[in-house]
Ligand binder design. Structure first.
Ligand SMILES: Cc1ncc(C[n+]2csc(CCOP(=O)(O)OP(=O)(O)O)c2C)c(N)n1
Ligand SMILES: [Mg+2]
Length: 653
């Protein structure tokens, strides 16, 4: 047997450099590179290996471990999971910082390879700096925290273990039904240990991404249910995007006259301009999609987890006879809502199902309902797009303290409404540019209002809705855009709430380092806009969701910060990193900034002063949230009653 003597870390790098995937006949190198934030746990082990021979792998330097993992997640997501950037961290806090990002990737079914260092396998220096000492089991370390948020977890305490661990990691990372975060934890002493690895461990491996079609019996079951439908509806999930099934699904819907609504992950799998497209569906859906959903007799859920936002907490479908069909490559998701299941790849399963329905001469029974629903929504879009501040101004979010709005306008001089700002961005940027969203009220407005015919032009992380994803993701998307097929040269615009910006903008520095251009749109409304709405909607006061000073009354500090709003200059923050920045207070200023930002070669940030309470809401949707069932406040009791009424209309599981 031919062997190659390498350290564990050197073998890891060599192995990763030799992994490829083939999808629809196209071979792609799977690992683009490795993100690092070095510390004592990896600088000498993995760091040494990368320094001596990185092979074809790029080395990326992260700023915050969570941030760099979001970059890698967005990169893989934008490339429909064809390519990854592995993420390595030091031991302890560096590793723990990746846990949130691991969960984000797992919830969204995005491959993310994590390589956290671990405490000593020999235990000689215990406790090493940054070691979590667990007295009841010395086998437990910080890295055990990855177990519930990863699809595969392993710890390499002997060099030989690396071989089966990495083969297993690749199995999971390249499995369309099971992919997510994978954690390979390596103690820092093991990283440097040498071993005579068999040369076949480093052979070029090509992992085939297959398209299994649902079995004939399942296709027959699904076709039989759809054949009986007069008013069917398709829900387009993220699986449609990853399977690159947008076009066949559009054809399916056109041929059989079936309208479709889009989840956050599914949006931009199909073209917004398609005559059957109703736009976003569910809690943050359009009136068109939600009204059609309410009456639908068969709901065909393709590649979706059927999360509460997509189903309005299972109240969206009020036809007493409604039936569900799921097309999903993952059995767990296919089983939801007691659906008739077709377990398989979205593209080939839709095509096979279409063949069956065609044979039966199936057509839906819609007359003018789809056109009428779209017309009504278009009129609403027009209203939202031209929504302006003035004398008779009414906030879109009703039942609110009007003082906040006045105070905000006086503080910032900003009179931009969120909905008009979104419409303006859509109008001013190129049709094929890519937008990103994740947390706060922006994903809601964007799911309703954004339109694009570019496949992959709408990049939302709303599985975990992780604040802090947005800016890191812009870098990931831009890196993806420059390596591959998606269409190099597109501008990337990330929509970020002021709170989300505050939570994490660390990877701005990484974007500068990589010399890629991202455009950041900060929507400054002085607080957690959507959560403020949520709490006030449920009879709670405005409590710690606006950015207010803690004042002192009679020498005593307030128990809750209730002072004036705190002004923040986000443009100034970004300027410090070298971005070209703009502060805009009117729609005209926003237009001018967008036009100028296009001409820049460096990254840009536009700080939009956006009037609170000007985001979208309603449209025949409902969301089940926990509510207080005992309270002295009548508003809370009233809210509780409404929640209970909603729950009584919801499907139970
Ligand atoms: C990491 C993380 N922490 C907490 C939350 C809960 N959360 C959801 S939206 C939100 C506030 C968002 O505020 P901002 O980013 O300013 O957006 P806005 O609602 O004002 O548009 C919070 C705290 C979250 N989604 N993610
Ligand atoms: Mg905000």
């Amino acid at each position: 047997m031919k062997t190659i003597k390498l350290t564990v870390a050197q073998a890891l790098v060599k192995f990763l450099d030799n992994q490829y995937i083939v999808f629809d006949g196209l071979e792609t190198k799977f690992v683009e590179g490795i993100f690092t934030i070095f510390g004592h746990g990896i600088a000498i082990g993995l760091g040494q290996a990368l320094d001596e021979n990185p092979g074809g792998l790029k080395v990326f330097q992260g700023r915050n471990e969570q941030g760099m993992c979001h970059v890698a997640t967005a990169f893989a997501k934008q490339l429909n999971r064809r390519k990854i950037i592995a993420c390595s961290s030091s031991v302890g806090p560096g590793a723990a910082n990746m846990v949130t990002a691991a969960a984000t990737a797992t919830v969204n079914n995005i491959p993310l390879l994590l390589l956290p260092a671990d405490t000593y396998a020999t235990r000689q220096p215990d406790p090493v700096l940054q070691q979590l000492e667990v007295a009841d089991s010395l086998a437990v370390t910080t890295n055990d925290a990855f177990k519930p948020v990863c699809k595969y977890w392993d710890r390499i305490t002997r060099p030989e273990q690396l071989m089966t661990a990495l083969v297993s990691a690749m199995r999971v990372l390249t499995d369309p039904a099971e992919t997510g975060a994978v954690c390979i934890s390596i103690p820092q002493d093991t990283e440097g240990e040498s071993y005579d690895y068999p040369d076949y461990f480093f052979q070029k491996r090509v992992h085939r991404i297959t398209r299994p079609v649902a079995v004939e019996e399942e296709l027959d079951d699904a076709a039989a249910v759809i054949a009986g439908a007069k008013h069917p509806l398709v829900i387009v999930g993220g699986g449609v995007k990853y399977s690159e099934a947008g076009e066949p699904l559009e054809k399916f819907c056109a041929e059989f006259g079936i309208p479709f609504g889009e989840t956050q992950a599914g949006k931009s799998a199909c073209k917004s301009s398609h005559p059957m497209c109703l736009g976003g569906i569910g809690v943050t859906g359009t009136l068109a999609a939600n009204n059609i959903a309410e009456k639908a007799d068969v709901v065909i859920a393709v590649g979706t987890r059927l999360g509460d936002f997509a189903t309005s907490s299972k109240t969206a479908f009020q036809n007493a006879a409604v039936k569900f069909v799921t097309i999903n490559n993952n059995r767990y998701h296919a089983y939801k809502m007691d659906a008739v299941k077709a377990v398989g790849d979205a593209k080939v399963t839709i095509e096979a199902l279409a063949a069956k329905l065609r044979k039966q001469g199936y057509k839906s029974g819609y007359k003018n309902e789809i056109v009428d629903a779209k017309k009504a929504w278009a009129a609403e879009m027009e209203k939202l797009s031209t929504y302006a501040y003035g004398d008779t101004f009414e906030p879109l979010i009703k039942n609110r303290d009007p003082r906040t709005i006045k105070e905000f306008v006086e503080l910032t001089n900003g009179v931009i409404t969120q909905t008009a700002a979104i419409a303006t961005v859509r109008e001013c940027i190129e049709q094929d540019d890519i937008i990103i969203t994740a947390g706060g009220s922006l994903p809601s407005c964007l799911q309703r209002m954004w339109t694009t015919d570019k496949r992959g032009g709408y990049h939302a992380e709303y599985g975990y809705s992780c604040m802090g994803y947005e800016i890191a993701a812009a870098l990931g998307v831009k890196l993806a855009d420059s390596v591959d097929t998606i269409g190099p040269g597109n501008e990337v615009y990330t929509f970020v709430g002021d709170a989300s910006f505050q939570m994490m903008h660390s990877e701005i520095m990484t974007a500068m380092q990589e010399r890629v251009k991202i455009n950041i749109l900060v929507f400054d409304n002085c607080g957690f806009g959507c959560i403020n709405n949520l709490q006030m909607n449920h009879g709670v006061g405005s409590l710690a969701t606006e950015f207010r000073y803690r004042d002192t009354k009679g020498g005593i500090a307030e128990q809750v910060p209730k002072g004036g709003l705190i002004p923040v200059d986000y443009a100034m923050v970004a300027k410090g990193y070298g971005l070209k920045t703009y502060t805009v207070r009117t729609i005209d200023e926003l237009k001018a900034a967008l036009l100028d930002a296009k001409k820049q070669t460096v990254s840009t940030l536009i700080d939009l002063k956006v009037i609170p309470k000007t985001m979208t809401d309603g449209y025949n949707s409902w969301w089940n949230v926990g509510v207080a069932t005992t309270s002295a406040k009548p508003e809370v009791a009233e809210a509780c009653k409404r929640v209970m009424e909603g729950r009584s209309k919801a499907r139970q599981y």
